[in-house]
Design a protein around this ligand. Sequence first.
Ligand code: CU
Length: 165
Amino acid sequence: MRKFAASSLAGAALLGLMLAPAHAHDVKVGALTLDHPFSRETPKGARVGAGYVTIRNDGEVADQLIAVACDCAELTEIHEMKMDGAVMRMQALPDGVAIPAGAAVALEPGGRHIMFLNLKDPFKADDRFKATLTFRHAGAVEAEFTVEPLRKPSGANHGGHGKAH
Ligand SMILES: [Cu+2]
């Protein structure tokens, strides 16, 4: 179930969202904007997928992404990619990701990301799925992720998350 902070601001944000289907892909709740939640097609046989989104905090209080849940996977974690010598590794971030006041934090290929483990079905290009992002202050926010092809025809948005998964 979707759970919003019980403030009129969140209610207004929800109402705004419902009245503006053209921007349904971006989610606003309280001071936070979740911009362009997306994932990538999973290679054949892969049972993990990654989620990316840019989170902007226009408020005056720092927030924190503390958990993500998705029906698409058995387990969902927040990860970061890190160089270990010459090898790129990823590890879970048990405290999640801080979203400082007035800042935008990108979960993006090659960096911090959402990890969907033991996918029930592979992600296919143009699929959409919902995940719930839980913030310390803003509460639980449902976002719809679009699945992009592994290789973007435009060549834009290069990033090396694919190999590890
Ligand atoms: Cu990962």
